[in-house]
Ligand binder design. Structure first.
Ligand code: TRP
Length: 461
């Protein structure tokens, strides 16, 4: 049904009935509901037409996911023996589906795997892009499980008219190296690019899962879930089956083995930003019909733009985000210009205090600063006006310079050879897969013996 604002008066005709209620029409034209899909993220507009921040509580309700509460976090800590990641502690990873079931299985020693990904839309990643990967690395370390990272270069190609397959593949390689620099364990991590992996002989099992999903997905479902219309191209309609197929262990026989009955029981946990939920809602609907487990999901919020909670980070606006390639000086300049919740003058600030809820440097500290007590001290000092914006920005700059600097060092160590190894379909080593581990140990032993023999031969010369 067309909304009031869409009904246009014909020139030279009496106004349409709907235009008569001017007040109503004006309201409707200005305020806008928030939209969160993989392709469109916006907090909507208020009655005056001003952009609003995303209401995550409302998203949990409309998506029908579960909030991550204190009880679940306590259980997480008990089961894993690890303190929850700062993003969990601070509600930045805030919602889930079936995380409790994953903890049940982990407690019983049943192995599972992690799945996350990225659409390589440019070669300059920013700190907002690495955050879900930082969190995923934490999960990999805590659970000691295999991880599959999907680079959806096909998705970006279908959805971005100006990008060629060659462009996106170039981004894919650069992004893969950046992702590796987050610090993933090579022995437990498989990274693949859709255009490369799916065409290879390794991917027959994967492709069959894509086909099974494709057969069960109607055009109506895709339109409803993603907001597509008849102008979207057919590849965009088909793509969601790709993203879903990766959530099934049977897609990767070289990692999980070839016994379909056994492998179908390996559950999957997907850490992702909440905009990816539509894909996995659909995946969860189809999984039982295919004899598979529904993947569990853990949702994070978005890192706000440097320009404020209401605006978006964009690759074309260098001042909206901190890029992983930024120098210390650039980081300092950008944080200096970031949207502040401080007052206009130092005196007023001392009197009224700063607003941490909208202050971008403070928000960034909640993502990047590990020390809870120091963060709380800063919050109080700032809100009570004893800490000025400049000082807060300095603390934020320091934290981000350390983060970007650490990344820079690790990125330098990522060679083309390392990237190829991460992206080679191969067996992974991890706890809970004893058969595979034994196999790997035996292989490693054999390699060591061979190397020893090689050494002896060399010495003999
Ligand atoms: N569609 C995602 C993007 O555009 C990439 C992606 C694929 C992904 N699989 C995922 C992200 C799983 C999170 C989890 O960035």
């Amino acid at each position: 049904m067309a909304s009031v604002s869409e009904v246009k008066d014909e020139p030279g005709q009496p106004p349409a009935l709907t235009s008569l209620s001017l007040a109503e029409a004006a309201q409707e034209a200005k305020s806008k509901e928030q939209i969160v899909t993989p392709f469109d993220v916006s907090g909507g507009l208020d009655e005056l037409g001003n952009p609003k921040a995303i209401d995550y509580d409302k998203l949990v309700d409309t998506f029908g996911s579960q909030r991550i509460d204190k009880l679940l976090l306590d259980r997480f800590e008990k089961v894993t023996g690890h303190k929850p990641h700062r993003m969990l502690r601070r509600g930045l990873v805030f919602s889930h589906r079936d995380l409790n079931l994953i903890l049940d299985k982990y407690e019983k020693g049943i192995p599972f795997f992690l799945y996350t990904g990225r659409g390589p839309s440019s070669d300059s990643m920013h700190v907002g892009h690495t955050i879900p990967f930082e969190f995923t690395k934490y999960l990999q370390d805590v659970f000691d499980v295999p991880l599959v990272i999907m680079l959806t270069d096909d998705e970006k190609f279908y959805h971005t008219p100006r990008l060629s397959l060659k462009d996106v593949y170039k981004f894919t390689i650069q992004n893969a190296m950046d992702i590796i620099a987050v610090g993933f364990d090579m022995k437990k991590t498989f990274i693949f690019a859709d255009t490369e992996f799916v065409d290879g002989g390794f991917a027959a099992a994967f492709n069959n899962n894509v086909r099974e999903l494709g057969k069960r997905t109607t055009i109506n479902q895709i339109k409803g879930t993603f907001g597509f219309n008849d102008s979207n191209n057919i590849a965009e309609f088909a793509f969601p089956a790709m993203q879903s197929a990766t959530a099934f262990a049977t897609s990767f026989p070289f990692i999980f083995g070839t016994d379909p009955k056994k492998v179908a029981k390996v559950p999957c946990l997907i850490p992702c930003a909440i905009d990816q939920d539509p894909y996995f809602r659909q995946c969860r609907d189809n999984a039982p019909k295919m004899g598979y487990l529904k993947p569990a999901i853990i949702h994070s919020v978005f890192l706000p733009s440097l320009r404020g909670r209401e605006s978006k980070m964009s690759a074309s606006d260098a001042d909206s985000s901190i890029f992983l390639s930024d120098t210390d000086n650039q980081v300092k300049k950008k944080v200096g210009k970031a949207f502040s919740g401080g007052q206009d003058t130092a005196e007023e600030h001392r009197r009224i205090g700063g607003r941490t809820a909208v202050d971008v440097p403070f928000q960034y500290l909640t993502f990047f600063m590990e020390d809870d007590e120091e963060l709380e001290r800063i919050r109080i000092e700032y809100e009570e006006g004893r800490m000025q914006s400049g000082e807060l920005k300095m603390a934020c700059t320091k934290e981000l310079q350390a983060y970007v600097g650490g990344f820079r060092d690790r990125r330098k160590a990522v060679t083309e050879e390392i990237r190829r190894e991460f992206m080679r379909p191969r067996q992974l080593v991890f706890r809970g897969m004893p058969a595979e581990k034994e196999l790997q140990d035996a292989r490693n032993k054999r390699i060591m013996t061979l190397e020893e023999e090689l050494g002896k031969l060399k010495n003999a010369h």
